[in-house]
Design a protein around this ligand. Structure first.
Ligand SMILES: *Cc1c(COP(=O)(O)O)cnc(C)c1O
Length: 343
């Protein structure tokens, strides 16, 4: 019998929303003098020095991934090898020690083992959101890399992102920049996000769903939204994704590109000028949390670009989304290699 058939937590799986829930078990390990020590039964609260580099100077990085129950009852994690590689790229950029594979993958397996009751059963569109977090800690005052580190993985069951249907959103081109060309835009480090809060607030106050950023060097090209990558689809069915040194290479986007080829579309990765938005018949954003979000409209000052009819998701964005969801649910076997069975 599959472990996924075990007793599940008593939750309203279809209406979980996207919020933090303490499941009672997280993985945590500390790196001291070059040796990793696993903590026994840590709680959600971490006691760290007020001098810790993570909270004073932002020496921290993180990941986001999801576990699902497939149609066959297996508990799988979507492409965790990619998250592992990216976390260590982020760590290297901040002079943090690399996390060994047995700590990341072993910790992930333990997290799943202890949280099987919180992996949503198949059929509700829900999943277990998994957050690996890596922080520099210790008694410190001056700016230098930490001498000790904590790596923790916590999780929270989350509902389907689209409770009210798969509806297009509107984005406002931000007057703020997210990341500099040789800065940290291409790594998943906490420092990138606090600076983007104001852009999101500004967009929402102006009646949009969120902000989208331009490249900081020329402010001519689309970079990405604050937590998701952009893509456009041309009239001839080409999926175009921005090439930029300051965007976070979304694993969802990399996957969508392969799905697009599988569906017979063409794919292109190149800088996308704001002016070119008019050549896209459909557009969307992608990332682990929402998977794919159709974009109905992008506005920059007094200029606007509408995609599709602006009200309903376009057929190609919908097809990409549905195919990726089928892959994650174990219904589309062509990409079964992307699912790591962990329960
Ligand atoms: C995490 C993130 C994404 C999405 O990446 P996925 O690997 O698809 O989850 C996109 N942009 C930014 C800035 C992010 O932090």
């Amino acid at each position: 019998m599959s472990t996924a058939n075990m007793i599940k937590a008593n939750l309203d799986w279809a209406n979980l929303g996207f919020q933090y829930r303490d499941t009672g078990w997280r993985y945590r390990a500390k790196l001291t003098d070059g040796v990793w020590h696993e903590e026994a039964n840590p709680t959600k609260d971490m006691v760290i020095s007020e001098g810790s580099q993570a909270i004073n100077y932002g020496q921290q990085c993180f990941e986001g991934m999801k576990a699902y129950t497939t149609i066959n009852g297996d508990v799988v994690v979507f492409r965790p090898d990619m998250n592992f590689a990216r976390l260590n790229q982020s760590a290297a950029r901040l002079l943090m020690d690399p996390i060994p594979e047995e700590i990341f993958m072993g910790g992930l397996q333990k997290l799943i083992d202890h949280n099987l009751a919180y992996v949503p059963p198949y059929g509700h569109g829900a999943s277990l959101y998994i957050r690996p977090l890596y922080i520099g800690i210790g008694d410190n005052l001056g700016l230098k890399p930490a001498s000790e580190y904590i790596f923790t993985i916590y999780c929270s069951p989350v509902g389907p992102y689209y409770k009210n249907g798969f509806k297009p959103i509107s984005l406002m081109v931000s007057s703020y920049d997210r990341a500099a060309p040789h800065g940290t835009g291409n790594v998943k480090v906490g420092g990138n996000y606090a600076a983007g809060l104001i852009a999101s607030r500004e967009a929402k106050n102006a009646g949009f769903d969120d902000a989208i950023f331009l490249d900081a060097a020329t402010r001519r090209y689309i970079d990405e939204a604050g937590t998701s990558n952009f893509f456009g689809i041309t009239a001839d069915g080409t999926l175009v994704t921005p090439a930029s040194s300051s965007i976070l290479e979304s694993i969802t986007r990399i996957s969508l590109t392969e799905v697009a080829l599988f569906l017979g579309m063409n794919v292109e990765s190149r800088p996308v000028a704001l002016e070119e938005l008019g050549t896209f018949v459909e557009a969307g954003c992608c990332g682990t949390a929402a998977v794919v979000t159709p974009i109905g409209k992008i506005t920059s000052g007094d200029r606007s670009w509408t995609f599709g009819d602006g009200i309903n998701a376009g057929a190609q964005v919908k097809k990409l989304y549905d195919t990726l969801i089928d892959i994650q649910n174990g219904k589309e076997p062509a990409f079964a290699r992307w699912l790591t069975k962990m329960g």
